[in-house]
Design a protein around this ligand. Structure first.
Ligand code: C2E
Ligand code: MG
Ligand code: MG
Ligand code: MG
Length: 279
């Protein structure tokens, strides 16, 4: 009986593995032509300043793939596939250009200047010409470097840490902002953090979720904000969904917030509905 159970479990496991592999292969197949066929669009999620009475300071660009064959595929699924076969390189360049063009156009209507945050894969950052490419795009779009922020995650940082630090320094030197995304989710080590020439910490949603369910004393979000401040970094809270979270973040002087409480990621045409003062 026990043997039978074990076997069933194995069959189930194998089936699940196969399904995942097939799913990945399918994504990979259709991803190849997605860029050429214009199947990607960017959505923009506003970031709000806590100090300045919830004013929009900028947007995070988030890629959306509407595949004619597969329907909507989440970036959580396809970005990792795109990284496996390096399709993330051309996709990433497209995202950067599209996002910079968007904010240039948006700012032309606005009284205040807004910043665009763009997620960058570490694989992209590690390309030899990445820093030059950033400069070229800014020049082409005629966008001030200070209106661009790149977001990187710590997932793949450790592997080529020294190279990455050098590149980030060059990028920071240009005046581009650098955010560490999903902070606290991975293996953040304080010594690594100190060496990284970043300007912003984005506190992972899991910490923000904990504000809702934990006593303040047990919650580390406050300590992260404090630590960031000591290091001269700005803080952005990701995935803010409730008033209770907002109150906590205000009380502890987090700089900016992003989340469904204020706005979901928006289509470009909807961005003007939530925006601040027009010129
Ligand atoms: P991320 O950069 O950490 O982006 C935040 C994610 O949280 C987004 O998911 C956003 O839609 C979602 N989110 C924002 N506020 C809330 C909230 O209040 N509640 C909940 N439940 N979710 C919220 P999305 O758009 O599905 O993107 C997932 C991840 O895919 C991103 O995480 C990022 O790592 C990656 N990604 C998205 N666009 C790009 C891109 O253009 N390039 C690269 N390399 N990665 C991207
Ligand atoms: Mg991000
Ligand atoms: Mg994040
Ligand atoms: Mg993420």
């Amino acid at each position: 009986k026990a043997k039978e159970n074990g076997r069933n479990r194995f069959v189930f496991y194998e089936k699940k593995m196969n399904e995942e592999a097939v799913q990945k292969m399918t994504i990979k197949n259709y991803l190849v032509n997605a860029l050429k066929n214009n199947e990607f669009v960017l959505h923009y999620q506003p970031q709000y300043s806590i100090e300045e009475e919830n004013e929009i300071t900028g947007f995070e660009a988030l890629i959306r793939w509407n595949s004619p064959e597969l329907g909507f595929v989440s970036p959580v699924e396809f970005i990792s596939v795109a990284e496996e076969n390096y399709m993330i390189i051309p996709i990433g360049i497209w995202v950067l250009k599209e996002a910079c063009n968007f904010i240039k156009k948006y700012n032309a209507y606005m009284e205040k200047e807004h910043i665009i945050s763009v997620n960058i894969s570490i694989l992209q950052l590690l390309q030899d010409d990445f820093v030059d490419m950033l400069g070229d795009v800014l020049e082409e779009v005629n966008l001030k470097p200070s209106l661009l922020e790149i977001e990187i995650t710590e997932t793949m940082l450790i592997k080529s840490f020294d190279t990455i630090v050098v590149k980030l320094e060059q990028i920071k030197e240009k005046g581009i902002h650098i955010a560490l995304d999903d902070f606290g989710k991975g293996y953040s080590s304080l010594s690594y953090l100190r060496q990284l020439p970043i300007t912003t910490l984005k506190i992972d949603k899991s910490f923000i979720d904990n504000i809702e369910i934990m006593d303040d004393v047990d919650n580390l979000t406050e300590s992260i904000i404090y630590l960031a401040k000591k290091m001269g970094l700005n803080t952005v809270a990701e995935g803010v969904e409730t008033e209770k979270q907002l109150e906590y973040l205000k009380r502890n002087q987090c700089h900016k917030i992003q989340g469904y409480l204020f706005s979901k990621p928006l289509k470009e045409e909807d961005v003007y509905k939530v925006s601040g003062k027009l010129k």
